[in-house]
Write a protein that binds this ligand. Structure first.
Ligand code: ADP
Length: 464
């Protein structure tokens, strides 16, 4: 059986409180009993001493033992639970409570036994006697025997007081436990209710509902951290979900136009509206190849956006990477009479293939958007703990309003012109993701009809 946190907390709290209050009551009870026992024994001794002194004083005053005062002292002691017998040195009885009122003595002994048994069922007292000499000028004149319930006893009033004290103690204990029980429920509810809210929110997350946020103004540090973390998790999942939906929409949108165009061409040829020709088939084939390239780019982008990017970093010379790239562009550059200048060189610490992709994108854009006779310059600058690489061209430039968006996927600055250049608007998104995965940054500076400068900063080996 599973218990809720609230039940467990309440249970633990109540157990702790019952144990503490139980111990407190028990110790108080034992302490009171011991104190009273001590008090009863001392009282007994004091009374005996006072009785002896009184008899001695009266003996001196009256010039001997007289029943006139012995009756009063003896009966008074009997009232206090002490039975007196006074004998002379030869053993003859001078005064005896038994002889004076035997019935009262027996009743007294019985009452004391009943009192003490009712006080504690573990009481194993019995009737005890103690004998003391009564002196006159250093000579023993008589012996006083005191009889009482030992080792100690309580009279009626004392017993009522002790019982009342015990009842108060028990009542206080029970009331405290009851109070603790309700306080326990209240406090457990206070502690468990934010956790309940957080777990409800986690259930919402599991169902894909990310919008609702949990209040995180709790004053318990751990609960606040948990609430903040769940909110962050919720934001991250919401963003991921948004990106996924956006990507699906973008992809569908991007694929629809070329697919519709291929479909239209094919239908026209199948219906005999268009004559089947090599030229038309080649055009369809090119469109399909473009689609294939687009799908490849989308795959790259989705992997990069999912942060699944795995880098195999190594140190290599930047010029080697450029050399290979420029070889690929040789024909295109020559056909368009585009000049490429390279300034500076140095070592970079990065994933060679991914960096190839980055500079391939930048170079192809520079060529694509610069037109015949343009000039492209690539500069490399080494700083203390980073490298700065710039790719600049004197081409068409990017309109001001488009600059903030060009790194967004599927964004093209000039839609109609881009259809001709065949760009899908993915290249710069991929470039940015790769550069950022390396811990670097990419920025752009551009002016329409003047040219564009892309600046990449990559951290050196120590930082990267
Ligand atoms: P595309 O595949 O369309 O080139 P990119 O993501 O590489 O996609 O670039 C996004 C847009 O930024 C391009 O459509 C283009 O309008 C603009 N752009 C990128 N590089 C340049 C450049 N060197 N000169 C002018 N415009 C550029």
């Amino acid at each position: 059986m599973k218990y809720s946190l609230k039940q467990k907390l309440t249970f633990s709290y109540v157990v702790i409180v019952i144990a503490s209050i139980g111990f407190a009551v028990l110790f108080a009870n034992v302490g009171i009993k011991n104190q009273f026992k001590h008090y009863a024994i001392q009282k007994q001794e004091k009374e005996t001493e006072e009785t002896i002194n009184l008899i001695k004083m009266k003996y001196d005053e009256e010039g001997g033992f007289r029943s006139s005062y012995l009756d009063i002292i003896g009966m008074n002691s009997l009232q206090n639970g002490m039975i007196l017998v006074i004998k002379d040195t030869k053993g003859g009885t001078i005064w005896s409570a038994y002889e004076h009122n035997n019935g009262l003595c027996q009743a007294m002994i019985k009452n004391m036994a009943i009192n003490m048994s009712s006080y504690s069922n573990k009481w194993d007292g019995r009737y005890e006697e103690k004998t003391y000499p009564i002196m006159d000028h250093n000579a023993v004149v008589a012996e006083l025997t005191t009889g009482f319930m030992g080792p100690y006893y309580f009279n009626d009033e004392e017993l009522i007081f002790i019982k009342a004290l015990n009842s108060i103690l028990l009542f206080t204990g029970a009331a405290s436990i009851l109070l603790a029980f309700f306080l326990g429920i209240f406090m457990s509810a206070r502690l468990s209710s934010p956790l309940k809210k957080i777990s409800d929110k986690a259930l919402f997350l599991a169902r894909g509902e990310y919008k609702e946020r949990i209040a995180s103004d709790y004053n318990t540090r751990e609960i606040k951290i948990l609430a903040d973390t769940i909110n962050q998790l919720s934001d991250a999942l919401m963003e991921k979900d948004r990106l996924r939906k956006q990507l699906t929409q973008d992809v569908a949108h991007e694929l629809r136009t070329p697919l519709t165009s291929v479909q239209g061409h094919m239908e026209a040829m199948l219906d005999g509206v268009w004559e089947l020709s090599n030229e038309r088939l080649s055009s369809c084939y090119e469109e399909i190849m473009r689609l294939k390239k687009l799908v490849g780019s989308i795959e790259d982008l989705s992997a990069l956006e999912d942060r699944n990017i795995l880098l195999h970093k190594e140190e290599f010379e930047f010029s080697l990477l450029l050399e290979r790239l420029l070889n690929n562009y040789e024909k295109e550059l020559r056909d368009n009479r585009i000049q490429v200048g390279v300034e500076g060189d140095g070592i970079i610490y990065a994933d060679k293939d991914k960096m190839s992709q980055v500079f391939n994108n930048l170079l192809s854009n520079a060529v694509k958007y610069s037109g015949e006779g343009a000039e492209v310059i690539i500069t490399f600058k080494q700083a203390a703990d980073s490298v700065e690489i710039q790719v600049s061209d004197n081409g068409s430039g990017i309109p001001k309003e488009d600059i903030p968006h060009i790194f967004e996927r599927f964004y093209r600055a000039d839609k109609s012109r881009n259809r001709n250049t065949g760009g899908a608007g993915i290249g710069l998104s991929i470039t940015k993701s790769i550069v950022e995965a390396h811990g670097g940054s990419i920025t752009v500076n551009s002016e329409t009809d003047k040219g564009t400068v892309f600046t990449i900063i990559l951290p050196g080996k120590a930082e990267g």
